[in-house]
Design a protein around this ligand. Structure first.
Ligand code: AMP
Length: 286
């Protein structure tokens, strides 16, 4: 595995692989690898002859400077883990390589960027995400790029921008990888103290309660959410949002009649966590 810092060197390596006939896979990350990241890399490894993982903590998507400075970083450990999965190139550029002096362009996906995370983290968050992902897709020009369902809104936004801007990359969304107690894996989980770590799976339990309610035939979104709200209240967790929205448009739904995204964000012990589940209407009408 090569560790590469410059776009020029990255492009040389990718060009060589493509000329040799390899399909190119890209996994964009911000590092602090856990099994969720490694699953994306394994999937890429299975499906592509040449796998690039980018490791870049993108400053423009952080609305909170303290969150950016606290973001866990350990490139040496990440490189070891990526090597173990058989990644070909770890692209870990400096901020100046990605945002040279005079950088002035951005990508904004209207509509989908506004609710949920967009409301809580501000309009700059998804502009930062969309811009850096567009840049990475242009740098690598992969056949396939892999993203996690854990960041459902981000995945939708990336699918939309690739379609809107005619970027010739297939976007593959991989299921959320969880700890045995249900907690969605996240780089931020290392910041949970032991008490918060015990409470953190409450988010997944609340989502499962909504899922169960819908599976039992509850089609009213408010009543289905209430099953999860009770679990959150019992644990003393006040979510930033806990919502049932269309899995296409992210608009709130009153009735669950098609595939619906149930999404949550909450601070637990000072650490902001997000999670979601896709639910489908059950067979019994209520
Ligand atoms: P991040 O480093 O947090 O920006 O995440 C890099 C990629 O890994 C994104 O596409 C995330 O959606 C994905 N990811 C993060 N956590 C998980 C998880 N628990 N399961 C599956 N994918 C994940």
């Amino acid at each position: 595995m090569k560790i590469v810092r410059s776009v020029v060197e990255l492009r040389d390596l990718v060009r060589g692989a493509r000329q040799g006939g390899a399909r190119i896979g890209l996994v964009p990350t911000m590092g602090a690898f856990h099994d969720g990241h490694l699953e994306l890399m394994r999937r890429a490894r299975e499906q592509s002859g040449f796998v690039v993982v980018s490791l870049f903590v993108n400053p423009t998507q952080f609305n909170d400077q303290a969150d950016l400075s606290r973001y866990p970083r350990d490139e040496a450990r990440d490189a070891e883990l990526a090597r173990g999965v058989g990644v070909d190139v770890l692209f870990a550029p400096a901020v100046a390589e990605v945002y040279p002096d005079g950088f002035a362009s951005s990508v904004q996906v209207a509509g989908l960027s506004e609710p949920l995370e967009g409301t809580m983290r501000g309009p700059g968050h998804f502009r930062g995400v969309a811009t850096v992902v567009t840049k990475l897709l242009n740098m690598v020009q992969p056949d396939v790029a892999y993203f996690g369902q854990k960041d459902a809104q981000q995945a939708l936004i990336i699918r939309r921008l690739v379609r809107d801007l005619d970027i010739p990359t297939h976007i593959e969304i991989c299921p959320t990888v969880r700890e045995p107690d249900g907690l969605a894996m996240s780089s931020r989980n290392v910041r949970l103290d032991p008490t918060a770590r015990q409470r953190a799976p409450t988010l997944a339990r609340a989502l499962r309660a909504v899922e169960a309610s819908v599976a039992e035939g509850e089609h009213d979104a408010g009543r289905a959410l209430a099953a999860g709200e009770a679990i959150l209240a019992e644990a003393g967790i006040a979510p930033e949002y806990f919502a049932a929205v269309s899995s296409d448009t992210l608009e709130p739904v009153a009735r669950i009649t098609g595939e619906t995204l149930v999404a949550i964000a909450a601070k637990v012990g000072g650490v902001r966590l997000i999670d979601n589940v896709l639910v489908h209407p059950g067979s019994h009408e209520r």
